[in-house]
Design a protein around this ligand. Structure first.
Ligand code: SF4
Length: 92
């Protein structure tokens, strides 16, 4: 079985109104923040019309990439989803 098939079996449960990752308001994104629009494997980050980075954390795999790149500097706020929400990994 291909990894894509396995990933497809994962389910994501949205916690309405309680995103587990937030982008701090900014005028223009720092290079690290901008990089998230390319490196997030779930494509959660995108550039809006005003040139700011926005996140829609639905589908986040909790890989930690954005956390490593941007949490310490305060560009984003990163938390695990509440219990029972977020990515539900299924293996095998
Ligand atoms: Fe994307 Fe990974 Fe950050 Fe989730 S933890 S938003 S999958 S980079």
């Amino acid at each position: 079985e291909r990894i894509e098939d396995k990933l497809y079996q994962n389910r994501y449960l949205v916690d309405p109104g309680r995103p587990h990752i937030k982008v701090r308001p900014h005028q223009s994104p720092s290079p690290n923040l901008l990089a998230l629009t390319r490196v997030c494997p779930a494509n959660c980050y995108e550039l809006n019309e005003s040139g700011q980075v926005e996140i829609t954390p639905d589908g986040c795999m909790e890989c930690g990439t954005c956390r490593v790149l941007c949490e310490a500097s305060g560009y984003i706020e990163w938390n695990y989803p509440r219990g029972g929400f977020g990515i539900l990994f299924k293996f095998g």
